[in-house]
Design a protein around this ligand. Structure first.
Ligand SMILES: [Zn+2]
Length: 302
């Protein structure tokens, strides 16, 4: 009798164990499928209207991601060669940074960037494309009315190393003309130019310099044109920013370029920098500093 009871208990134990294993497998399947433990929600992306930049508003030289790759070493050389003309940063002793946005305006990303800047009460510098200024006049009006500084980024965004000097000149002049409609009474006649894709050489620096332009580069690249996530854009900026940094972001893209990561990252980038005691300046202030610096330099040499 006792033997039978022991047998039954063992059997029960065995079946119990089996049931437990089956239950565990079932549970595991549910978890993997995400029925029990909900999958982490995708971080809410900024709501982008399903609009595509019209073909005639596209970047003449191709999307940034296909063309970019200007050697850093050459930029350093240019800074040394043309300290008054080719500017990539401001005062390295002051906690001031300049946010700059290229390739706008558009009616997808630029308005969202303007909203963030307005909310955070920050002024930035926009290097705009002439034909897009013409294509999105209301957004351009907002940039100017909200007291941001505007710079020339050519008419159609060609790679100026691949076109003639005369064509490059026309690209800049045509944009200058359309910008005059917006900026007559602002900017104190400041002429700033940023070359598409950052590609430029000594000959062209001197050429645009003779046209009265300062060529503005950057020393912190968000790489947002790669369609990076907000987290990646934030890291690229915050880990490289120093006193006097000129930060590069984009306020509009080329064909298929998604800048939502850049837009999404912006509020936090501003908050973190403010917390760290940084002040936001526009490029005109950096130019004033450069002028002062070069004057001091010349006085020293006398
Ligand atoms: Zn550009």
């Amino acid at each position: 009798m006792e033997e039978i009871i022991v047998e039954v208990i063992l059997l029960k134990k065995r079946y119990g164990l089996l049931a437990l294993v089956i239950f565990a497998v079932f549970l595991a399947i549910l978890v993997v499928k995400g029925d029990i433990v909900p999958k982490p929600q995708q971080k809410s992306k900024i709501n982008i209207p399903k609009k595509i930049m019209p073909k005639d508003m596209d970047l003449a030289g191709g999307p940034e991601r296909k063309v970019r790759g200007f050697p850093k070493r050459e930029i350093v050389d240019l800074i040394t060669m043309y300290p008054d003309l080719f500017i990539a940063s401001g005062d390295s002793k002051e906690k001031k940074v300049a946010l700059t946005f290229d390739d706008g305006p558009d009616d997808i990303f630029t308005p969202q960037i303007l909203d963030v800047l307005k909310e955070k009460n920050v002024k930035a510098t926009f290097f705009v494309i002439g034909k897009r200024v013409e294509g999105y006049p209301e957004v351009m009006r907002r940039i100017v009315d909200e007291c941001h500084l505007v710079g020339n980024h050519t008419w159609s965004h060609p790679d100026i190393m691949k076109i003639s000097l005369e064509d490059a000149k026309q690209e800049v002049l045509k944009t200058e003309k359309v910008l005059k409609k917006y900026c007559q009474d602002s900017s104190d006649g400041i002429k700033i130019f940023r070359s598409p894709y950052g590609s430029i050489d000594p000959k062209r620096i001197e050429f645009f310099g003779d046209m009265g332009y300062k060529i503005i580069s950057w020393n912190v690249d968000s790489l947002d044109w790669k369609g990076l996530s907000a987290e990646e854009v934030k890291t690229n900026i915050l880990e490289n920013v120093t006193k006097g940094s000129i930060i590069l972001q984009h306020s509009a893209g080329g064909e298929g370029e998604d800048l939502s990561g850049s837009v999404e990252a912006l509020p936090e980038i501003i908050d973190v920098l403010k917390e760290e005691g940084f002040e936001f300046v526009t490029i005109d202030e950096i130019l004033k500093y450069k002028e002062k610096e070069s004057k001091q330099e010349k006085d020293k040499q006398k």
